[in-house]
Design a protein around this ligand. Sequence first.
Ligand SMILES: *Cc1c(COP(=O)(O)O)cnc(C)c1O
Length: 366
Amino acid sequence: MHEIPYLDLGRIHENIKDELDQAYREVLDRQWFIGGEADHRFEQEFAAYCGARACVGTGNGLDAIRLILLAYGIGEGDEVIVPANTFIATVLAITYVGAKPVFIDADADTYTMDLTRVEEKITARTKAIVVVHLYGRAVDVAPIRDLAKQHDIKIIEDAAQAHGAAVRGVKVGKIGDAAAFSFYPGKNLGALGDAGAVVTDDEELAERVRAYGNYGSYQKYCHVYKGCNSRLDELQAAFLSVKLPHLDAWNEERRKIAKIYSGQITNEKVVLPQMPVDEKEHVFHIYPVLVKEREAFVEHLKRRGIATNIHYPTPIMEQQAYQEFRGQMQQYPVTKRICAEEVSLPLYPGMTEEEILQVIKVVNEF
Ligand SMILES: *Cc1c(COP(=O)(O)O)cnc(C)c1O
């Protein structure tokens, strides 16, 4: 039996191995490992890719969100609106700075935040709305843009799963006031370790983010803020510069696989993800299906050599770390359903046609 992994990074790395080796050697030759040529180059390239003015490398995606909040001065006593259906890092960033997350349920069609519920959640303390382009699907913030402006609320994008996705030609990273990216290896654009970035058109904010991630300092040994250490290193930046030119082709391949899945999975027990009208809105970091009998479904695939994943099995409000939100989950029925029924099918660049058809066949047989 041919085993189909959930994700196989080797398929993309084997084609660019020489370039990655070369990038490593160049960094080693320069003997400069943080805040040098490679960082500067990747920041320029990634800002240009997103169509934004500035990019600041960070240590990871969680820090990218946290640094944006810090740079906006958001903290104790402030409220930040956030989707209940997201990876926990989005919420960790908010509580880390001392702000209060105010949750909104997922939209039943897109699984991203239900924007029609934003207005009722706004209070005098609301400082920001974090939209999450979950599963690779870009959130169109047009319906809340005026509302945010009226109340002087920042729109922050968690773009960790959506590098390259776009709404009406505007790429994520340029949709809100500031955006956080993760380059965790498994993301659509991944480093060979932890890495992240903040992308924004606001150059002053970008410099504040950079200072916060550099011990709160703009100038060596001169500390303006109680900052932290979260920077992109030269090696990861150099690897990311090798990979960035391939991102659009990889995303295109992901879309193609998603389309084949959606066209050929016909099992009525399997709810397929809604396709956006404009296909550029989605880069399918994840292909989520909903299945009532999830355990049996996962087991059925596993027995036939197909690995899957669940994004995410336990609601944030039911995590041990967030006891303060215990018992609130019934207010978020869509998120609750997604947590109970979601299964992510294998999807990665380099997946063969035979593998794609095998997944479809086994899913349809369930
Ligand atoms: C991966 C991810 C993050 C965190 O990124 P790291 O680089 O792992 O810290 C944040 N938000 C979402 C939605 C993610 O998928």
